[in-house]
Design a protein. Structure first.
Ligand SMILES: C[S@@+](CC[C@H](N)C(=O)[O-])C[C@H]1O[C@@H](n2cnc3c(N)ncnc32)[C@H](O)[C@@H]1O
Length: 299
């Protein structure tokens, strides 16, 4: 069998099994390509369409190994990244395991494109990645802005252990400090920039999550930890406290996924700047300290 045929057969298997995507790929072909190429030790960016004659011959032993991996993906319904122990964001590789959510934050896009830069004070030095999970946004921020120091905070010490692996993988121990913190409670500040991809999934959507998402820590997704249902429990607390943790020209960049309706219902008066992402211009927003202070005046 040729490489391309193996990927196509794998895609068919994944599609027929009805697995869910969204942890690095959005369709069966891309997911099969990832798993096949990874298992065979081939570059993950191999252009399968450009392969002459369908690419290299795959031995029976190699096919058996790929089959076992696809079987695990289908029967455990764990995201591919938990099986390969690796995820990619903006071309940067991250270690991941079940202690942390699979990194896929859309904040990585305006961070890489420079869209956030226009809002930053030239003297920007202190950055916080709140809800850091496996540390991917903290690492991307440190790589994008060589002069900044980054605090990476999470309530989950499990997630912070995974983040530590990534900080070391990228040699950023001198520039990223890991902090166990419930929201902003234990971070020093003030910060010139706070990045935050928090738990924001509403209660109804939580109840309907496919198994791939239930394989991730619920703490990372469930935005109703305070007993609410609209997914905004963490964000309510964050927005109330954020201005006090920002420098005068500081900004908060916040991801809310598909929860724009709930966000706008909860924070109708807030002056938000929506940032473009590949998933639309209603998933990531930017809030200035002034806008936060106007909506949430300090007591
Ligand atoms: C959606 S995940 C984002 C992880 C990572 N930033 C990323 O984009 O892949 C949300 C993270 O928030 C953390 N978290 C949940 N509640 C928290 C709280 N009260 N304080 C701090 N972190 C919290 C979870 O442990 C999880 O790692």
């Amino acid at each position: 069998m040729k490489l391309r045929d193996l990927v196509e057969a794998g895609a068919l298997q994944l599609a027929e099994a009805g697995v869910a995507f969204g942890h690095g790929t959005h369709n069966a072909f891309d997911e099969a390509a990832w798993l096949v190429l990874w298992k065979l030790g081939l570059p993950l960016d191999t252009d399968l369409d450009a392969l002459q004659g369908g690419g290299q011959d795959i031995s029976a032993a190699q096919q058996a190994e790929v089959d076992a991996l696809l079987h695990a993906r289908i029967h455990t319904r764990r995201p591919a990244a938990y099986l390969t122990r690796e995820a990619w964001l903006q071309g940067v590789s991250f270690y991941v395991d079940e202690r942390a959510i699979v990194p896929r934050s859309l904040i990585a896009e305006p961070l890489a494109s420079g869209d956030i830069d226009a809002w930053l004070d030239p003297a920007t030095h202190n950055v916080l990645d709140l809800c850091t999970g496996n540390g991917s946004l903290a690492v991307l921020a440190a790589l994008a802005w060589p002069d900044v120091q980054v605090d990476a905070a999470d309530i989950s010490t499990d997630a912070l252990e995974v983040a530590r692996i990534n900080v070391e993988r990228h040699g950023l121990q001198e520039r990223i400090r890991l902090i166990a913190s419930d929201g902003l409670s234990a971070v020093p500040g003030p910060y010139d920039l706070i990045l935050c991809n928090p738990p924001y999934v509403n209660a109804r959507a939580m109840a309907e999550l496919p198994p791939e998402y239930r394989a991730e820590p619920a703490l990372a997704l469930d935005g109703n930890a305070g007993g609410g249902t609209d997914g905004m429990d963490f964000i309510r607390r964050l927005l109330r406290d954020a201005a006090a943790h920002l420098t005068p020209h500081g900004v908060l960049v916040l991801e809310i996924g598909n929860e724009r309706q709930h966000f706008e219902q909860a924070f109708a008066e807030l002056e938000s700047v929506w940032l473009d992402t590949s998933a639309g211009a209603d998933q990531v927003l930017l809030l200035t300290r002034d806008a936060l202070a106007a909506s949430f005046p300090s007591p």
